[in-house]
Design a protein. Structure first.
Length: 218
């Protein structure tokens, strides 16, 4: 299978929506846009697409943050990564603004109720570092080292934008062993971890524990 990679465009939004959903689910049936925001899957797809169309750089909902892979004219994988704070605003603020601008007000009533639970797994992004937001490869293209290739190419792209970068980070749910192993193949090592005090978090997120993994670039 001949595979090429390129920067994502607005035409890739349907695949990017799929990528975001599968990454959020992390191999489980639990999808935070439905459990936290109270949306249906179809509503979530619609709103994620709208947020991507806004083209706000510097967060996980930025088309410009994605590198995609394709084979035979079909998109088969994607990685999302950005330089934290490169737009002068933390990515969590950019994403939060997009969510508030796009989602119906009723969604935030649900968020306020569950926020004390889900914030237990919050790990801060470190400014001026590469942040890997998510990686996804379609089922038919797995087992060919594509995750490693996507990660390495996207990290190198960002290093070329800023040669002062010395670290890259990714956050992954602790149950997701295939993802952890894939990151380890690139050189990431566990740097930090958080575990929620209440198992009720499993009603909203795929796992009660999250790891932060770090890659030294120098």
């Amino acid at each position: 299978m001949e595979i090429t990679t390129r920067a994502a465009t607005l035409a890739d939004i349907p695949f990017l929506v799929e990528t975001i959903i599968e990454a959020e689910k992390s191999g489980t049936p639990v999808f935070s846009y439905t459990t936290v925001f109270g949306l249906t899957v179809e509503e979530a797809k619609h709103y994620i697409a709208l947020m991507l169309e806004e083209e706000i750089d510097g967060c996980e909902l930025s088309v410009s943050a994605f590198l995609v892979a394709e084979s035979g004219g079909k998109t088969i994988g994607a990685v999302c990564a950005w330089i934290e704070g490169s737009e002068g605003v933390p990515s969590i603020t950019l994403k939060g603004n997009l969510l508030q601008y796009t989602l119906p007000a009723k969604c935030f009533q649900a968020v306020y109720a569950v926020n004390p639970i889900i914030k237990e797994l919050h790990i801060e992004y470190i400014p001026n570092t590469i942040q890997i937001g998510l990686v996804y490869v379609s089922e038919e293209a797995r087992g060919q080292g594509l995750v490693k290739r996507l990660l390495e190419e996207r990290i190198e792209q960002l290093r070329q934008e800023n040669n002062n970068l010395s670290e890259a980070y990714v956050q992954v749910f602790a149950h997701n062993i295939p993802a952890i192993k894939a990151y380890e193949k690139v050189g990431f090592q566990v740097f930090d971890s958080k575990t929620a005090k209440t198992k009720e978090i499993l009603n909203y997120l795929p796992d009660a524990s999250k790891l932060s993994m770090k890659l030294n670039l120098k």
